[in-house]
Design a protein around this ligand. Structure first.
Ligand code: NAP
Length: 314
């Protein structure tokens, strides 16, 4: 289905640490198969997405990098037009590990700078090269010798060095965010958390907006898990009425309430559909906020630091 003509899909939000703006409609690259990841990332750039999200934990930076290189070498899209973010994993929270981890990500991505670097979760795991360190009983080994603020100071150093334009946090709650904002020399520019109509996080959004921080909402379509947000009767009724798809309604809602977002698909027709969005009437925004009562968090990563959407063993 096609949308009307407006500029919603090209919205950008300013970043507080002087590093420019973030295109709000973002493409997430957490796709299980590496060949799909590369193909989908290329399609995403070709249909118009200008913000990409990767992570060392996804083990896909090489494929995302190759996709970008191939598209850039085609000559129609330049590196400077694309906003690329990646993330520091939990086994690299010790300050002395932060810069080497960041440099290794850039190398895998074939880039000489990143637009955004996030601390993937507030949980420090045992320092070392194992991303999923476990004891004999299968329990994660945490590292209580490093605080989130210790890690944050090393992140600030990356901005000073100039190869990382902006820094932020992910999978934090409001209290953790407030603490870093209070202590930081360079405030987080972006906070990436799960958010959609079943987990609107209005308090966090309010705090972010008052402090010039962009909330980057992941699982904008509810990861297409049960309970299926894409089949929610409020969403499907609005979609029908406006001649849009449920995904287009959910993505427009996220941008119109002032967040940036990440959505993911390995399917070219859906990638195109997800970029082809336009502004919802105000009544639809109110309806989604007031009529949807379901509350659900799909990703438990915020409770343990263990990624919910990445199969173990990867
Ligand atoms: N910070 C964190 O801890 C964290 C955690 C999770 C995710 N993330 C990031 O956020 C990104 C987005 O998260 P997500 O994967 O949950 O995204 P999502 O967009 O909510 O869900 C993706 C799922 O929805 C399906 N889908 C996509 N477009 C659709 C459409 N138009 N109609 C119907 N189904 C559609 C996809 O299927 P097909 O692929 O089969 O088309 C896929 O199964 C990830 O890639 C990652 O970059 C971050």
């Amino acid at each position: 289905m096609t949308s009307g003509m407006d500029n919603l899909r090209y919205t950008k939000l300013p970043l507080n640490n002087g590093s420019g703006e973030i295109p709000t409609l973002g493409f997430g690259t957490l796709i299980p198969d590496p060949n799909d990841t590369k193909r989908a990332t290329k399609v995403a750039l070709e249909v118009g997405f200008r913000q990409l999200d990767s992570a060392e934990r996804y083990r896909n930076e090489v494929q995302v990098g190759e996709a970008m290189q191939e598209v850039f070498s085609g000559g129609t899209i330049r590196r400077q037009e694309v906003f690329l973010g990646t993330k520091l994993w939990n086994n690299n929270h010790r300050p002395e590990r932060v810069k080497p981890a960041f440099e290794a990500s850039l190398k895998r991505l074939h880039l000489d700078y990143a637009d955004l670097y996030l601390v993937h979760t507030p949980y420090a795991f045992q320092a070392g090269d194992e991303q999923d360190p476990r004891d004999g009983n299968g329990n994660v080994i945490y590292d209580d010798g490093v605080t989130l603020y210790d890690t944050w100071r090393a992140m600030e150093g990356l901005v000073d060095d100039g190869r990382c334009k902006a820094i932020g946090l992910s999978d934090v709650n409001l209290e953790q965010l407030k603490e870093i904002v209070r202590l930081a020399r360079i405030k987080p520019a972006v906070v990436q958390v799960e958010s959609h109509p079943y987990l609107p996080q209005w308090d966090l959004l309010d705090f972010c907006q008052k402090n010039g921080i962009v909330l980057l909402a992941f699982a904008a379509l509810g990861h297409s898990f049960e309970p299926r947000l894409l089949d929610d009767p409020v969403i499907t009724a609005i979609a029908m009425r406006l001649n849009k798809t449920p995904a287009q309604v959910l993505l427009a809602w996220a941008l119109q309430r002032g967040t940036a977002l990440l959505t993911t698909s390995k399917t070219p027709s859906r990638i195109r559909e997800n970029f082809d969005i336009s502004t919802l009437p105000q009544e639809a925004m109110v309806e989604i906020r007031e009529k949807i009562k379901t509350r659900y968090r799909f990703n438990k990563v915020v409770e343990t630091g263990i990624p919910g959407f990445i199969p173990r063993g990867r």
